[in-house]
Design a binder for this molecule. Structure first.
Ligand code: DQQ
Length: 642
């Protein structure tokens, strides 16, 4: 453990590890239970009581180790009874649609309907029942936001997919509409898969989507509204000449899917890109068209990255180097960079890179080849896949939707009757300060759901302290916080060459001189269940600080048949910036944003006890050396109409 002499002795570098093994297991005693919540008026009294001992904190964070199923925190096969594993998707030619680590697992926890009911969200888009995956064709049309999505109307597992459809005036409250497109043609008999919408200059709309044919060949099809004057776009027509594209020579029949929104070429044609692979190299093919019926394949590809495997749901869009607004997909020019995003079939994560687009050649080059698509930055370091952006001409912004899968068993999903959510839509901008990453932030409309704010200013959290926050409820929250590490401790501290990794370094129970500190959400009083979302700061031998943003699901549930991964990554923090985070808690989904959206983590958690009135929120500082000053605003979130 760090002592003050460690901090002051400049030669004691090796004496100050950034982390050490937590103290031995120990169940918290009755006297250890934090019983008093922090009400602003009682802050002074509470302050003295709330800073609990280091021993207590470590015991709470590490003490229920026995509930951790080790086989679930790695990718090893689960230990529970395994029936015939049902891989959903792979044999049909798409990425795995079951949660692979729990494939074929039966429930090993006695879930009650009360527990399962609590998991349904209050302000995240989901269909009324059954299975959903990728967002499709998001668009703003005649005053309505449209969201189509991959939907299996017959069961809460992936299967014969159609396009579900819902509309909204504000991206938050939704009206469900009839299925937009069914599997009623030979060219989409096995599934109406992912696609995108393009608004033509005269305001008309076209959609290109992937059909899986009667023989499971992936082809691209054209569809358009039956009645363009209908703002709800209820009825759709499939072009009689479909398919408009079949896999080109050299491309496998099952490696050709998910056409993008079209953008304009310098010659005035339309251009799209479609994900594929050649051997292990992920690629994006480029086609030009004038009428969306006949297409010309360009030589070469938009981009290729060896070793990344099949690229699903490729997205390609411009971002402004200076402006605070989003850009229509066809915008190009000197003040513009371009993003390529690919959803990697092999690891089911969304990766992006920023680079330059050569419109004449139809090629894109990353600014930093070491951070190329699939080997560098991710949109989100948790559960987040198959995202798709659209340009919202209503508010001049680029908005991203994403599929957030379940990470419990299919048996639980069948009991619930539903599976999957959409993440809260995010506005995407280039980070003007770093110029090397995007920032993602929940759309402003979500703030309308905030109510009943509780504010705590300048809370000083000593090293090893835990503060329960007194809130009326804690299952639907918007938490915004700023943190400042005690500067003198940071300056006195010797640097060390220790590489930190959220996933591999033991989570929130592993203590260092400067972290972890943050929130425990969906926490049970005795912390038998809780999900810490936190910063971990490390001082390098060069004296520079590195900041990591993590979410630790390892103690999120006492159930053994749910995923308990620990997520996270580094987050850039520039000179003079405070550490800041925002967390949206909505029952079984927790979305976390650091430094205004530079690094994001989406978690799915399935507590059994920290639910309904027993869900709490804690602030903690599990560092060994530095105190942290925190300023926090917490809002209760109203339920949206969905
Ligand atoms: N989901 C769709 C495919 C896409 C995959 C099928 C990504 O079009 O490649 O449901 O999740």
């Amino acid at each position: 453990m760090a002592s003050s002499s460690d901090l002051e002795d400049p030669n004691a570098i090796s004496a100050l590890p950034y982390s050490y093994a937590p103290l031995p297991d120990g169940e918290p005693t009755a006297g250890d239970q934090p019983t008093t919540g922090l009400h602003p008026k009682k802050a002074a009294i509470f302050f003295v009581c709330a800073f609990l001992s280091v021993t207590f904190l470590v015991a709470l964070f590490a003490g229920n180790e026995h509930v951790l199923p080790k086989d679930l925190s790695t990718n090893a096969a689960p230990s529970m009874a395994v029936t015939t594993p049902l891989s959903r998707g792979v044999d049909k030619g798409v990425s795995e649609k079951s949660f692979r680590p729990l494939l074929g697992a039966e429930n090993s926890y006695p879930w009650s309907s009360n527990m399962l009911d609590w998991q349904r969200t209050a302000f995240h888009f989901q269909p009324e029942n059954n299975w959903m995956n990728d967002p499709n064709g998001p668009v703003f049309y005649k005053g309505w936001y449209h969201l189509f999505y991959q939907y299996h109307p017959d069961a809460p597992v992936w299967g014969k997919i159609v396009w579900g459809h819902a509309v909204s005036k504000d991206l938050i409250n939704w009206r469900h509409l009839p299925i937009a497109m069914e599997t009623d043609q030979w060219y989409d008999e096995q599934g109406v898969w992912t696609g995108s919408a393009t608004i033509l200059p005269d305001g008309q709309l076209v959609v290109l989507y992937t059909g899986s044919t009667n023989e499971s060949v992936q082809v691209q099809n054209l569809a358009y509204p039956a009645d363009t004057s209908d703002p709800l776009l209820i009825n759709w027509v499939k072009y009689p000449g479909n398919p408009v594209l079949v896999p080109p020579p050299g491309i496998d029949n099952k490696d050709f899917r998910d056409p993008t929104t079209a953008w304009k070429t310098p010659e005035g044609k339309w251009r799209i890109t479609i994900g594929s692979k050649i051997n292990k190299t992920g690629i994006s093919l480029v086609y030009d068209t004038e009428d969306f019926k006949t297409f010309e394949l360009l030589d070469g590809v938009l981009h290729a990255v060896p070793g990344t495997g099949m690229w699903e749901c490729v997205d390609f869009y411009p971002i402004s180097k200076q402006a605070e607004n989003g850009l229509d997909t066809s915008v190009d020019g000197p003040g513009v960079k371009h993003v390529v995003k690919a959803s990697l079939d092999d690891d089911r994560n969304d990766y992006y890179a920023i680079g330059s687009y050569d419109a004449y050649k139809g090629k894109w080059t990353p600014d930093n080849p070491t951070l190329d698509v699939g080997i560098g930055l991710r949109y989100d370091y948790g559960v987040y896949y198959a995202s798709k952006t659209f340009y919202d001409q209503n508010k001049q912004r680029r908005v991203s939707w994403s599929w957030i899968k379940e990470t419990d068993t299919e048996a639980s999903d069948i009991s619930k009757g539903w599976a999957s959510l959409m993440g809260v839509p995010r506005t995407i901008l280039l980070d003007k300060k770093t110029q090397s990453n995007i920032i993602q932030w929940p759309v402003e409309e979500i703030n309308a759901l905030r109510t009943n704010a509780t504010v705590f200013n300048n809370l000083i959290m000593e090293a090893g302290s835990l503060v329960p926050l007194d809130l009326p409820a804690a299952s639907q929250l918007d938490i915004v916080a700023e943190f400042e590490l005690d500067e003198q401790t940071v300056m006195r501290l010797n640097g060390a060459a220790v590489a930190y990794d959220c996933a591999k370094n033991g989570g929130a129970a592993t203590r260092g001189a400067l972290g972890p500190f943050g929130f425990s959400v969906l926490a049970h009083d005795g912390l038998i269940e809780h999900t810490p979302v936190y910063f971990y700061v490390a001082k390098g031998v060069d004296g520079n600080l590195e900041t990591f943003f993590c979410a630790d699901q390892s103690r999120s549930s006492t159930a053994t048949d749910v995923d308990k991964s620990i997520f996270g990554n580094i987050v850039p923090v520039l000179k003079g910036e405070k550490l800041s985070m925002r967390i949206l808690v909505d029952h079984s989904i927790v979305e976390s944003f650091a430094q205004e959206g530079r690094t994001c983590i989406t978690s799915r958690v399935y507590p059994t006890k920290a639910i309904y009135n027993n869900a709490r929120l804690f602030l903690f500082n599990n560092a060994t050396a530095a105190s942290v000053t925190a300023s926090v605003s917490v809002w209760q979130m109203k339920s949206a109409e969905i």
